[in-house]
Ligand binder design. Structure first.
Ligand code: SF4
Ligand code: SF4
Length: 806
């Protein structure tokens, strides 16, 4: 095996074997180098094989400058086949995304046209086992001759079928192996399934392709057949001698070479051979599409041929060679001599000729079975994308003009969904499924869904509808325009990008779905145009749209209450979730760029795990208690029915009327009982009803006077904040020191003063949960004295503010 390795991915096995073979077998004798301009430029095949680097884009261009003509193998004394190596290198380059060049676009477009539905036609008469396959160039340049050949062949083959199609040799030569196999394989399979056993070709390139890749058929050129059936021409006045150009693709096929010479001689011409002929023939310059990237090398071959022709008329049996050499020489196709054809057509008229010829053949071939190519990838171009664009624009205009847009007001949508009763979720999902494809905004639909179905079912229906909508738009773009886009992505950079999208496209989907700034509707279509596999796209869309959907729907479900002046829990949760989701990409970026961490010691890990378990258990208990109080308070209330219990309940949402009743209730109380009630009020507020407007201070100062009321409520606040600090100390207090230990840094000792005063500042805000202040103090391990001072100051300010804004 070759010692050439790739850093990115393994070499194709065929290439690795050829590299090893060429490095081992080629002696570097230079015989082929003397014959070939390309090898004179880059060195012997052994040298090229040794210096090959599959990861270097520049090294991958070299192989596209070889004409794949095979002269080197014809002259090599040790039997090396360099053209096979260079073809494999082309395939490797294509696999790696280095093998697409803008310069090849024209030829690939020509091939695409040849395989399109409009230009192809298969006509098989009853009992047909042989077809005539004229290729692309002959029907375009010589439609009359093509027709005459078919008619002539049918005289001895009455069931002769006809196939107008392209053998896709351009793709073959450009290393587009996958495309070539798909297209040619499909054609061969169809012919085989319809009983075809023999193929008569007019183009030497088709001859090579059929002989090499469809050995199940007997492939022959029409020249061999015609040489056998045409009578000798009546001898005329001796014409000037001609010389024969053998196309390089049939250098090793003696039958077509002899048949062509026979036909030339039959026309009365004398043949004078050139120095390079038959197995040692030269490339006309068009081989391997070299002219696109290395026009000098292509011209070099043409000039060599011109020199050898030495002013004589050249006869060839390849319409492509005739066309190419015709730019500098007098060239005839052998069939021009046989059928006395007029001047061949060139340029755009060749396409018209092919279409007209197709129509003629449709009339004269007694076909029992016909078809036109409709396999994917054989499309003729922009028709489908343009059609798609037209339909989309028409649909959008229609939706807008019909006034359906007015229903996109959240209020109207809400009414619409509500009117559908139990099938409302289905209607909602259906609307969401089609809206992105019609470029309708999803925001009002989501808002309406959130308010109609609530935060939980709103999320479920929205994520289903939004994912379906994203998939529909994606599939429309994929079906309508992906092929066209793929064809435009000529150039190694674009091709590489496209290939990378196929492998890592889900990351792009994840990123853009997490950030609500990217336009949802456009993205769906855009992803459809890339190579990302559909299942990958659908799953990534669902997963990564979920956080944003939860955040947005939770927030939107609170908007109705907000409009009525009620700030609900969903409002805060929604805001927090939206901020959190927006931060995810930044967190991911930070996580990716962070410095590698030392391994966490086992003792530290265990300590952190215990902490995490304790926090999770406490949080779950607190959430359970909170939920139970919220849900079953009425039941406890009915059972216990004590005034204290009622007042505790109303303490967090006292109205003015209730406030007066509460004051009357407090007034006769002993000091101890009043302090107890203040404590329970603060506890309930802190742990069960955070963020509720607390009127306790107002009630206590009205009942006992300002100093005593402030003392009751402030003292209770201090106790609650202290309990919270203990809780915080237990849950969070060890985290910072452990973190510093883990990072190998010095802990923040003594605790900075700003931490204590921040706790005081938080405590000073009326309604701010004292639980948060306690957690803060505990988490920072703020010393007791400083904590009490900060909290006391904060609570005094809080109560004064409460009284001031009463
Ligand atoms: S195939 Fe033709 S162009 Fe390529 S190296 Fe051989 S002789 Fe030269
Ligand atoms: S003729 Fe054959 S052995 Fe000599 S340099 Fe060319 S490939 Fe190598």
């Amino acid at each position: 095996m070759s010692s050439i390795q790739s850093e990115t991915k393994p070499l194709r096995p065929q290439l690795a074997a050829l590299l090893a073979d060429d490095i081992g077998t080629c002696t570097g004798c230079g015989v082929c180098v003397r014959e070939c301009g390309f090898l004179r430029l880059y060195g012997s095949p052994r040298h090229i094989a040794r210096s090959y680097n599959p990861d270097d884009p520049k090294k991958n261009v070299i192989c596209f400058e070889c004409s794949l003509c095979g002269l080197c193998s014809a002259v090599c004394p040790t039997g090396v086949k360099p053209q096979a190596l260079f073809l494999e290198m082309r395939r490797e380059a294509v696999d790696r995304g280095f093998g697409s060049f803008r310069e090849h676009k024209g030829l690939l477009g020509y091939e695409r046209t040849g395989t399109s539905r409009r230009f192809t036609w298969y006509g098989l008469p009853e009992g047909c086992t042989t077809i005539f396959f004229p290729g692309c160039a002959l029907p375009g340049t010589r439609p009359g001759v093509t027709l005459a050949v078919y008619e002539k062949l049918r005289e001895t083959l009455p069931t002769l079928g006809l196939v107008l199609d392209c053998c896709t040799k351009p793709s073959h030569d450009l290393g587009r192996e996958q495309h070539f196999s798909r297209m040619f394989g499909e054609m061969v399979a169809w012919l085989e399934s319809h009983g075809i056993q023999r193929v008569l070709v007019a183009c030497p390139n088709c001859y090579k392709v059929f002989s090499e890749y469809a050995p199940q058929f007997h492939t022959e050129t029409v020249y061999e057949k015609l040489a056998g059936i045409l009578p000798a021409a009546a001898s005329e006045a001796p014409a000037a001698p001609v010389t024969i150009h053998d196309p390089c693709v049939v250098r090793f096929a003696s039958a077509p070479q002899e048949a062509a010479r026979g036909l030339v001689s039959r026309s009365g011409r004398v043949i004078e051979e050139m120095p390079h002929t038959r197995t040692r023939t030269l490339c006309c310059g068009e081989g391997g599409t070299v002219g696109a990237l290395a026009p000098d090398l292509a011209d070099g071959w043409g000039e060599l041929r011109s020199g050898e022709a030495a002013g004589r008329q050249v006869v060839t049996y390849c319409a492509g060679c005739a066309n190419h050499l015709g730019k500098r020489l007098t060239v005839s196709h052998v069939l021009d001599l046989v059928f006395d054809a007029s001047k061949p057509a060139t340029g755009p008229i060749t396409y018209v000729n092919r279409l007209r010829l197709k129509s003629r053949f449709k009339n004269i071939v007694p076909a029992a079975v016909t078809r036109e190519r409709t396999v994917p990838g054989s499309g003729s171009g922009m028709l489908r994308p343009l059609l798609f664009l037209g339909v989309m624009i028409a649909a959008i205009v229609l939706v807008r003009a019909s006034g359906a847009g007015q229903y996109l007001e959240p209020e109207r949508l809400r009414a619409l969904f509500a009117g559908f009763g139990i099938v409302a979720p289905l209607v909602y999902i259906a609307i969401y499924t089609v809206a992105p494809a019609l470029m309708l905004p999803g925001l009002p639909i989501s808002m309406a869904g959130a308010t109609v179905f609530g935060p939980v079912w709103g999320v479920v229906y929205t994520i289903i509808g939004a994912t379906l909508g994203a998939c529909v738009a994606f599939l429309i773009a994929r079906y309508a325009a992906r092929d066209w886009v793929e064809r435009q992505l000529i150039g190694s950079r674009w091709n590489k990008l496209d290939s990378e999208t196929a492998q890592n496209g889900w990351k792009a989907v994840a990123f853009t779905r997490l950030i609500p700034l990217f336009p949802f509707n456009l993205l769906n279509f855009a992803f459809g145009l890339t190579k990302i596999p559909f299942p990958q796209y659908a799953v990534a869309t669902f997963i990564f749209m979920l956080p944003g959907t939860i955040a947005f729907i939770t927030f939107s479900s609170s908007l109705l209450g907000l409009l009525k002046g009620k700030v609900s829990r969903e409002f805060f949760v929604g805001i927090i979730l939206i901020v959190t989701v927006s931060l995810i990409p930044r967190l991911v970026k930070w996580y990716r760029n962070r410095e590698p961490r030392p391994e966490i010691p086992w003792s530290l890990r265990r300590s952190l795990q215990c902490k995490a378990a304790a926090i999770a258990a406490l949080a779950a208990t607190a959430a359970g208690v909170y939920g139970a109080i919220q849900k079953y308070f009425w039941a406890l209330n009915a059972y216990l029915y004590t005034i204290e219990f009622n007042l505790l309940f109303v303490a967090h949402r006292l109205g003015d009327g209730d406030l007066a009743g509460f004051v009357e209730y407090l007034r006769p109380m002993s000091n101890a009982r009043a302090a107890g009630i203040a404590l329970v009020c603060q506890t309930m507020h802190t742990f069960a009803f955070p963020f509720s407007p607390l009127r306790t201070t107002a009630a206590f100062t009205a009942a006992f006077g300002t100093p005593a009321g402030v003392a009751y409520v402030g003292g209770a606040g201090l106790v609650v904040a202290g309990l919270s600090a203990l809780f915080g100390r237990f849950c969070l207090g060890d985290l910072a020191p452990l973190h510093y230990q883990y990072r190998g840094r010095e802990p923040l000792t003594p605790t900075p003063a700003w931490a204590a005063w921040s706790a005081g500042a938080m405590a000073a805000i009326p309604g701010f949960p004292l639980l948060a202040c306690g957690l803060w103090i505990g988490g920072f391990r703020i010393p007791l004295g400083r904590s009490v001072a900060a909290l006391t100051a904060g609570l005094v300010v809080r109560m004064l503010l409460s009284l001031a804004i009463r």
